[in-house]
Design a protein around this ligand. Sequence first.
Ligand SMILES: Cc1cc2nc3c(=O)[nH]c(=O)nc-3n(C[C@H](O)[C@H](O)[C@H](O)COP(=O)(O)OP(=O)(O)OC[C@H]3O[C@@H](n4cnc5c(N)ncnc54)[C@H](O)[C@@H]3O)c2cc1C
Ligand code: FES
Length: 302
Amino acid sequence: MTRLFYPYDITRESEMEQPLDFNRRSRLKHVDRAFKSEIINIIQLTDMEKLFQVRILDDADRARFSFLPGQFVMVEVPGYGEIPISISSSPSHRGYIELCIRRAGVVTSILHKAKRGAHVGLRGPFGTHFPIGKMQGNHILLIAGGLGLAPLRAPIFDVIENRSNFKEVHILYGTRQPSMLLFNYQYEEWNRIADINLQVIVEEGDASWTGPVGMITQLLDEVAIEPLETYAIICGPPVMFKFVCAHLQNEGIPMDRMFVSLERRMHCGMGKCCRCNIGSTYTCLSGPVFDYWTVMNLKEAI
Ligand SMILES: Cc1cc2nc3c(=O)[nH]c(=O)nc-3n(C[C@H](O)[C@H](O)[C@H](O)COP(=O)(O)OP(=O)(O)OC[C@H]3O[C@@H](n4cnc5c(N)ncnc54)[C@H](O)[C@@H]3O)c2cc1C
Ligand code: FES
């Protein structure tokens, strides 16, 4: 039978306190199905999130690797564990992928201590994607809350790079506080692109904040929506899906024109371990990207 679980002990708390030797190449020889990869750059985005640029070491594997917006990889930190992370870079960009990772627990904390040159394993890409092709010729709403901008960034790049294929494009992003905004160095660049409406809102402003304050649905009030000519991609916490999708439904957008990305705990990423299921649906295989109609028919999906 195929080995399903990561074979190392991931609970060695004491070792986490030691200076990290991330270049433990010897351990990587056990990683049979992962691409051996190197973290080539790390950008601190906020107190909690870092952007990792990760390069597959083998030239042939790197050239073959491709993904679609919305897909994720399993990132393995040798000796600690493996976690699902959405690919946050442009699907057309070859050479390395970008992963925006929030410090949440064991594996993500170890990654946050990693230095440039550290080695990780990458498996994937896995999962369903946002059907950007079918959205061509329509207005596009790209909506993210908090860390949701990480998975939304790949479709944003895809839409921007193929701007002429779409009608109006709106990027709407909300977080709790200005200090939590991800990729704020990129907003100016996105804003400069003709015909893209980028709006950012925070729930609580501070002295530096001059933009709007409130919930993300407030930004939707300012968008004139043509429901049967619009597709929406929504990434963020489940509570945000409920409010945003209800708002879009009220505007008349059919549920199968709204796409969300659902997160569940995952171990294998390939339908073997039964960790990610919602009823009989495996999120890693049938998701993480679902249309809203499907989500509403999955019991307790959000
Ligand atoms: C398809 C998919 C894509 C994801 N993309 C990203 C991404 O782009 N960036 C990012 O920072 N995170 C992403 N996540 C969440 C990320 O996988 C978890 O934060 C990570 O697995 C936590 O691992 P850990 O060992 O650090 O935490 P653990 O020590 O395992 O747990 C710490 C805390 O995080 C919670 N947690 C663990 N796994 C998940 C999960 N899957 N969803 C929600 N909470 C979880 C636990 O309940 C616990 O409270 C994604 C998850 C999925 C399923
Ligand atoms: S993560 Fe193992 S079945 Fe989905």
